[in-house]
Design a binder for this molecule. Sequence first.
Ligand code: MEV
Length: 365
Amino acid sequence: MVQASAPGKCILFGEHAVVYGQPAVAVAIDQRLAVKLEHCNDWRIDGMKFHPQRHPHVKALMDRLWNNGPPLSIKISGDIPPASGLGSSAALSVAAAAALRAGRGRQIKDDDWAEGWTASRPNGVYDGPWKSEIGDEVEHGINAVDVDEASILAHAVEAAAQGGRASPLDSSTCAHGGCIVLSNVVEKDLNWLYSRSLNNVQWQVHSIQLSPVIDDVWLVIGNTGIHAPTSKQVARVAEILDENPTRMREIETIGIISRRGINALKAGEMEAVGRAMSENHLMLRNLGVSCPELENLIVAAAPSSLGVKLTGAGGGGCMIALTRNPKETSEAIELAGGRTMISRLAAPGLALDEFSEPPLWNPFE
Ligand code: MEV
């Protein structure tokens, strides 16, 4: 048996604009999703027969990591509401990629990986936990799992589900946890992780240490309860830009606001972070990705918050409020008809929760 879990995410700045290469920031949240794999006589997901077309993310990962492997029972659990802008599909993809990798193992040859991929080894050198002392062998469990690999596989399957248009923001945040910054350039004062490119857009992916500045601020997440598939929203923005290319200025303005937000985060000025979030929301509203239900919750949360905005693809889903008064803000959102969750900023990333011998599969035998 193997179980891996990954956090959801909230985008503080730059959703939609990041698809076009503009800077953006997301934090991992306390809400998580777990994927548990066990041997089974036939393919099952949450006890029901597995229909690949209903679970495209899981199917795409199985094609890559479990080709001709034995049938599994897949159990998905957690507290990230689906299709609500909180990264449920990225968290699912990251956790499933890690669980499949832990369960099938990774071949090691001459102290190096003979299979799989990681971005952490720009020169092929990495003293990671998988380094084998003995020579050629197969590592299973935690020694086979790599956060970068889970993140790149999750980005690939998210991109396929979003018609080829997806930034690595959700996948990197759900994999690495903490606070992730994407930019078109390598940022001096941030911890650069790797670069990713897709469809002629390149993103430099960084992490930023928030811990000294986030002691007394919370995110209150308000859910409209309206399911809004990311692919539809992303396609809608693409259409708007196709019809009127001058609206790319709005995308660039979101990038400028994100940059201001990044500087405020680096300086630990949470009031300025909140102001930039609210400005970012006005641009998203202008772009046409908000909806009356989101606006309603945003108006309710604003008086007790440092900043308020929709988060994720919009059109429904969730809004977030950055606040020093989580109880007051949460009550205001609930009174306006939203369901709330409270999270700290920058929760831990991917974890292998359980792994029991023997491994689920050894394709190298
Ligand atoms: C969705 O959580 C964020 C979007 O910017 C899409 C993406 O970055 O791929 C809307």
